[in-house]
Write a protein that binds this ligand. Structure first.
Ligand SMILES: Cc1cc2nc3c(=O)[nH]c(=O)nc-3n(C[C@H](O)[C@H](O)[C@H](O)COP(=O)(O)OP(=O)(O)OC[C@H]3O[C@@H](n4cnc5c(N)ncnc54)[C@H](O)[C@@H]3O)c2cc1C
Ligand SMILES: N[C@H](Cc1c[nH]c2cc(Cl)ccc12)C(=O)O
Length: 521
């Protein structure tokens, strides 16, 4: 059998992650061409990740020191939510599994007799590390334990979906999207991916309705067996040429716009917070992502409630004088998913496949997940169309599951001081969420009562949002009223002690990354 010819259209994060991964998975078994336009910009954002992305780098054979300095990358221990409950309040959604005591999650014991009003500080070590801006590694590179053994043999080679629930890696990354694309361009091209710069002007279908070739002014016709649409929100191949419908989520998630700034910062003076921050605003929220040397920031909002000029003004005020000279990037977001991400001989990956607002940094996770699924169901000899159906099911489940998790943020937020926040109490919910919420109010989320398909988020993530947002009354498990809490109290004490010990021992992120950089002492 001759090699499979794959044509990837688009050279953003999705295009280059796909090219690098497929080449690593199949070597010369696939012949890959990536074409990207020099007329159409990439979206220019996408800087925070899930911890699972480490499986991607591992698969490529890359260590942190190979790629992190090149991408001005930093560590992310959590998402910090500010002002979602009330002004001045914050809580973390950390990369740390919820502990269990006598068969009940520690959060349940906390509901029964919470030691303080900070469930996150009481239940997770990471919350203290974030508050004190600590790094998850010691200066000599040793990882804080947190029950995770970095090189555990039994987990080697697992994909991220296979790994979920086994252990929780303690951090994710922040990085500059454009620098990662540049890094992966070299990685892929060095390993034999053909890279073309040119504009796809037309997508030509054959008589059966499959894509025969894409037409470019610069390189003529590019033929392939499989076409990967990484053209971003345009969906040039999947939506425009093949007319696969896009299913909007705007009925349940109304934020459809963002304005972003890249703001240089004196990290020595300001430090590098080891988390993404999401700060609630009158008509949405602002993200702050600390990179090495600058922050990425942006206001995600709904145009039904706020004009772009106002959003930009609020964002600039929020950032302060450092933003004065910086140009704003206004983005219209297409929220939802393409009905079948794999249609005929075209697979959409990245924004062309789907997107939800970046409140939990899920965009790159969607890409990574789609690539893993594509490899799993890749059209080798003996391929059956059912495999395409299974791919599409997996993509649908991940996106619909994340949609539900995001809706929960707005539903659970206590804030209701503007029309935008008032409306979060009456907006339509995805099917099934209201019923699940009823259960979570008397029994915290667990693997039996959350969205029933793999979507990247473990039950403890739901607990964090419910307990942190503060707008929904929750009861501890009824059984706990009868139970002895000695072991739980010991666990709360352990978390306090471990936090203090680590704060003492760990460096700041600024110190750590300054030493890690090439040429540093
Ligand atoms: C406001 C916002 C914030 C985000 N924040 C995060 C985050 O923190 N974490 C996260 O995981 N994700 C985030 N994302 C999502 C993330 O940015 C994307 O998932 C990621 O950048 C992938 O984009 P892409 O490659 O699909 O598309 P793009 O970056 O838009 O790339 C499209 C590519 O297609 C090419 N192209 C288009 N038309 C043609 C043509 N006719 N011919 C040839 N080439 C063409 C372009 O030149 C470009 O190379 C965010 C997204 C938005 C909108
Ligand atoms: N697949 C998980 C998802 C996950 C677990 N904890 C968190 C915390 C935050 Cl802030 C985002 C995602 C997750 C992973 O990435 O480890």
């Amino acid at each position: 059998m001759r090699n499979r010819k794959v044509v990837i259209v688009g050279g953003g994060t999705a295009g280059w992650m796909t090219a690098s991964y497929l080449r690593t998975a199949f070597g010369a078994g696939v012949d890959i061409t990536l074409i990207e336009s020099d007329k159409v910009n990439t979206v220019g954002v996408g800087e925070a990740t899930f911890s699972d992305i480490r499986h991607f780098f591992q698969f490529l054979g890359l260590e942190e020191q190979d790629w992190m300095p090149a991408c001005n990358a930093t560590y992310k221990l959590a998402v910090r939510f500010e002002n979602w409950r009330r002004p001045g309040h914050h809580f973390y959604h950390p990369f740390e599994q919820m502990r269990s005591v006598n068969g009940f999650p520690l959060a349940d014991w906390w509901l029964r007799n919470g030691p303080t009003d900070r469930f996150d500080r009481d239940c997770f070590v990471m919350a203290a590390l974030c508050d004190e801006e600590r790094n998850p590694r010691h200066l000599d590179g040793r990882l804080i334990g947190q029950g995770f053994s970095e090189n555990a043999e039994e987990f080697a080679g697992l994909t991220m979906s296979e790994h979920q629930g086994k252990t929780q890696f303690p951090y994710a990354y922040h990085f500059e999207a454009a620098l990662l694309a540049k890094f992966l361009t070299k990685f892929a091209v060095d390993r034999g991916v053909r890279h073309l710069v040119g504009n796809v002007e037309d997508v030509v279908l054959n008589q059966q309705g499959d894509i025969d070739h894409v037409l470019t002014a610069e390189h003529g016709a590019l033929h392939g067996d499989l076409f990967i649409d990484c053209t971003g929100f345009r969906g040039l191949l999947i939506n425009k040429a093949l007319e696969e419908p896009f299913i909007s989520y705007s009925d349940v998630l109304p934020n459809d716009s963002a304005v972003a700034l890249q703001v240089p910062q004196d990290m020595e003076k300001r430090g590098i917070r080891p988390c993404t921050t999401a700060t609630a605003q009158d008509a949405g929220w602002i993200w702050t992502i600390p990179l090495y040397g600058r922050i990425g920031t942006g206001y995600v909002y709904a145009r039904d409630y706020l004009e772009p000029e106002q959003a930009e003004r609020v964002l600039r005020e929020f950032v302060g004088p450092a933003a004065a000279e910086v140009e704003a990037n206004h983005i219209r977001m297409r929220i939802g998913r393409t009905r079948n991400a794999w249609t005929r001989n075209c697979v959409a990956i990245g924004l062309s496949s789907g997107f939800v607002e970046p409140l939990e940094s899920t965009g790159i996770f969607f890409i990574h997940h789609a690539i893993e699924q594509l490899v799993k169901y890749f059209p080798g000899p003996g391929w059956e169309p059912t495999m395409r159906t299974m791919f599409n099911d997996a993509i649908r489940h991940v996106m619909d599951g994340v949609r539900e998790f995001l809706c929960l943020h707005y539903l659970a937020a206590a804030r209701d001081d503007t029309q935008y926040w008032k409306d979060t109490n009456t907006r339509r919910l995805p099917d099934g969420l209201a019923e699940r919420l009823e259960r979570w109010q008397v029994q915290l989320p667990d693997s039996e009562n959350v969205f029933p398909y793999y979507h990247g988020l473990p039950p403890y993530s739901y607990m964090c949002i419910l307990l942190g947002m503060g707008g929904i009354a929750l009861k501890p498990s009824a059984a706990l009223a009868l139970a002895d809490d000695t072991a739980a109290l010991k666990e709360f004490q352990y978390i306090r002690d471990r936090g203090s010990e680590l704060i003492e021992a760990l460096p700041t992120q600024y110190d750590y990354f300054t030493r890690m950089r090439p040429g540093a002492r």
